[in-house]
Every structure is written in structure tokens, then in C-alpha cells.
Design a binder for this molecule. Structure first.
Ligand code: NAD
Length: 396
């Protein structure tokens, strides 16, 4: 079929298999250009099909020949209907990994459920024995709690009072004010239940109880801080509470890993266009200004550049550098004073008329479409493609 992008708000309901495969190959090439490291050998990536999780899986496999198991929640294709982008990304990743003789298998389902945890444990037992790294990179709007059966919804709301600021509709380029109403009822608790640390802890506990963690085991989850500009809706909002909880959980996981001399870390990453971040009001405008400044300063990175830097210059050093709260920081370039000062100044000037010049709206939109395999250089979108792509190592 001929596949075109079909967008609804901040989601795209179609994905292009060839474009997704090209994106994955570009990320692999980047990692290969950086050479090999003494990195992980047997890796589980939870949330491995897009964004930071996909970059983590690629980096593990192609910078230190790691065997990888990926867990994700993606839509398979059906005749005449495309799969979701993460499905095509995973198929392309596995094909490239297998070509190199690397072990790569995948599990598609709800990572919050006991069933998917058990399935994953079983696969590790059968094929890998013990693992030395778990990357926890889930971004989800909902979680059905495995013990209570209650379905919790996370929210992206300020706490205490409503918040008004500029935002951009990146499809039309219109800059306008939005007001986001504050959290009510159990919004905070629900967001913490979905995006906080409980599920990460449950995964590590389950792996440990099954004796599947090797000596010096590491686990990393991803967080975000960001500037004052986005604080009310992000770090001091409901999602920020979940990130506080995730960061706190790193310490309790480390405490529970004494018998294998293990460590849990949170890595604070940079703001990037991913399926999750485009859903947060205000953030797309911030990112389009940030990209403009970071590109001009020669500091711009995507997911793969970020994770390459995480592995090469943080996680696999003898001494892992952290901030005063024990967090690994790869948002250091985003948070540099000269970058933030410029973004804050541009923010004042941002309007529908000025944004195409003072911001990188085009970069934002292109990256958004790239997430789904569209607008990828060198891909002929007028050509018929087979939507029925299989993931070779998918565990049914
Ligand atoms: P993403 O949307 O690109 O990826 C999310 C992944 O989680 C996908 O692989 C998806 O399949 C998987 N997933 C979602 N629900 C699932 C479920 N129930 N079961 C199994 N898999 C499921 O997101 P991302 O932006 O790469 O975010 C990953 C992490 O990085 C999040 O914790 C996010 O807060 C953090 N982070 C993101 C940014 C950013 O700007 N995008 C910045 C810093 C930190």
C-alpha cells in the first residue's frame, strides 16, 4: 500500500515501515561511528520500541555487542492498516542485530502486568541466564495496577493553581495562550502510580527473586527536570511528582540490590520530540526555541546522541558522575546558563509571526513526522510498501 501520514492532534495514526527502518539504521550507524565500549552484555529494555528506550537498545547492541530483550506495547499491522511506529522500529532493529549475529528478542504487551513480567522472566531464564542491565523507559498515560486491578490515568496538570502560558500548535504554527486547570481529586496519586517508581521496583524485585541479576547489575530509569519556564506544568506539576517518586525509588532499589552489588540510577535527559513529549502543552514551543539555540551553539542532540553519551561518558566509567541528589545528568547542555538565557529571551518574543524565524518550528515538525517514519530523507513515499512487516524474534 501507499502510506501517508494521518494525524490527529499530537498523534499520527499511520507509520511508514521503510522510513522507520531508515531511522533505526541511521541510529545504528551513529553508534558504530563512535566505536566499541566495555558496556553491558545482557540487557532488558522496558519501553524499547521508540524514543530513549529504542536508543538504549541500539546503543547496548551496537556499542558492546549486547544480547537484548525488548518489552513494549505496540500495535501490529493488519491487511491495509499500518502497525504503530514502534513495531516497525523493532522489526528493523532485530533484523540489523541478527545480521550482526546478536541475540535480540521482543515481547509485546502491557509491561505493568504480571503476565508480561512472567513471560519476560521466563525468556531470560531460557535464553540469557542472568542480565547485567535493565533500562526502564516507559512512558504511558495509563496503568492497570496488577494487584488491585484499578486503571489509573496520569495527567499533565499544574498543582495548586491554574497555569497560563504560550504554546504552539505545531501543525499550524499558531502560537496562542493556553490555560491548564490545576489537578483535582486523586490526579497526583494517579500520576505517581502510572509514572512513578513502583513498577520499576516491581520489575527489579521480580528479576531478583528469580535470581536473574548478575553481579554488579545496573538499572537506569529516565527523568526530566527542565527550566523555570515549564516548571508549573512539568517539574512542579503532577508529572513532576511522579518523577520525584521515580528518583526516590532509585535509592530503595539500590538498597535492595546489596547481594549482587547492584545499583539503580536515574538519568535526567534532555527535552526531545518524542510521542510522549508532544502531548504536553507548552513543551512543543519550548522545544522549538531550545532546538534553535542548541543547533546554533552546536549542542543539539537526539535520543541516540544522548544515550551514547550516557553509556560512554557516565554509566560505564569506574566512577559514575552524579549531581548532589545522586542523579546522572545528560541534560547538562540543555540546562547551560547561556542556552537557557537565550531561550527565555526568545520566549518573550515568540508569536505566530516570529516563531518561524526565531524558533525551529520546522525542525520540530520534521522530527515529529520522523517519529512515524515520514519525511525521512531518501525514502520514496510514492512507492508501494508492504505494511505486513513481522518482528523476527517476537515471543508469542
Ligand atoms: P516514548 O513514548 O518514545 O516511548 C515509550 C515506550 O514505552 C515505548 O516503547 C512504548 O511502547 C512503551 N510503553 C508504553 N506503555 C507501555 C506499557 N503499558 N507496556 C509496555 N510498554 C509500554 O517515550 P520517551 O519520550 O522515550 O520517554 C521514555 C522515558 O524518558 C520516560 O520516562 C520520559 O519521562 C523520559 N524522558 C523523556 C524526555 C523527552 O523529552 N521526551 C526527556 C527526559 C526524560
Amino acid at each position: 500500500m501507499i502510506i501517508e501520514p494521518r494525524t490527529r492532534g499530537f498523534i499520527c495514526t499511520t507509520a511508514h515501515p521503510v522510513g522507520c527502518a531508515e531511522n533505526v539504521k541511521t541510529q545504528i550507524k551513529y553508534i558504530q561511528s563512535k566505536g566499541q565500549i566495555e558496556g553491558p552484555k545482557k540487557v532488558l529494555v522496558i519501553g524499547s520500541s521508540t524514543g530513549f528506550g529504542l536508543a538504549s537498545r541500539i546503543t547496548s547492541a551496537f556499542s558492546s555487542n549486547a544480547a537484548t530483550i525488548g518489552v513494549f506495547f505496540e500495535k501490529p499491522p493488519s491487511e491495509g492498516r499500518t502497525a504503530s511506529a514502534g513495531w516497525y522500529n523493532t522489526a528493523a532493529f532485530e533484523i540489523e542485530a541478527h545480521k550482526k549475529g546478536l541475540y535480540a528478542k521482543s515481547i509485546n504487551g502491557d509491561a505493568f502486568s504480571n503476565e508480561i513480567k512472567e513471560k519476560t522472566l521466563q525468556l531470560i531464564k531460557e535464553d540469557l541466564g542472568k542480565i547485567d542491565l535493565v533500562i526502564y523507559s516507559l512512558a504511558s498515560p495509563v496503568r492497570t495496577h496488577p494487584t488491585t486491578g484499578i486503571r489509573h490515568k496520569s495527567t499533565l496538570k499544574p498543582i495548586g493553581k491554574s497555569y497560563t502560558n504560550k504554546t504552539v500548535d505545531f501543525h499550524t504554527g499558531e502560537v496562542k495562550e493556553v490555560t491548564i486547570e490545576p489537578s483535582v481529586g486523586e490526579d497526583i496519586e494517579n500520576t505517581v502510580t502510572v509514572m512513578g517508581g513502583e513498577d520499576w521496583q516491581m520489575w527489579v524485585n521480580a528479576l531478583q527473586e528469580a535470581d536473574l541479576l548478575s553481579e554488579n547489575f545496573k538499572t537506569v530509569a529516565y527523568s526530566y527536570i527542565g527550566p523555570k519556564l515549564t516548571e508549573a506544568v512539568y517539574r512542579k506539576g503532577t508529572i513532576g511528582r511522579a518523577k520525584d517518586d521515580l528518583e526516590k525509588t532509585a535509592f530503595s532499589i539500590t538498597d535492595s540490590l546489596k547481594n549482587v552489588n547492584g545499583n539503580a540510577y536515574v538519568s535526567v535527559n534532555k527535552a526531545l520530540v518524542t510521542q510522549s513529549s508532544s502531548a504536553i502543552p507548552v513543551i512543543p514551543l519550548y522545544i522549538s526555541l531550545l532546538y534553535k539555540v542548541m543547533k546554533a551553539e552546536g549542542l543539539q542532540e537526539g535520543c541516540i546522541e544522548q544515550i551514547q553519551r550516557l553509556f560512554n561518558t557516565r554509566l560505564y566509567l569506574d566512577e559514575i558522575p552524579t549531581d548532589t541528589k545522586g542523579r546522572i545528568r545528560i541534560d547538562d547542555w540543555e540546562m547551560q546558563a547561556n542556552v537557557q538565557e537565550q531561550v527565555a529571551e526568545l520566549w518573550q518574543q515568540a508569536s505566530t509571526e516570529t516563531l518561524p524565524v526565531i524558533g525551529d518550528l520546522e525542525g520540530y515538525t520534521t522530527e515529529f513526522f520522523n517519529l512515524f517514519g515520514f519525511k525521512v530523507e531518501g525514502v520514496d513515499y510514492t512507492k508501494e510498501v508492504d505494511e505486513m512487516v513481522a518482528i523476527p524474534g517476537l515471543r508469542e
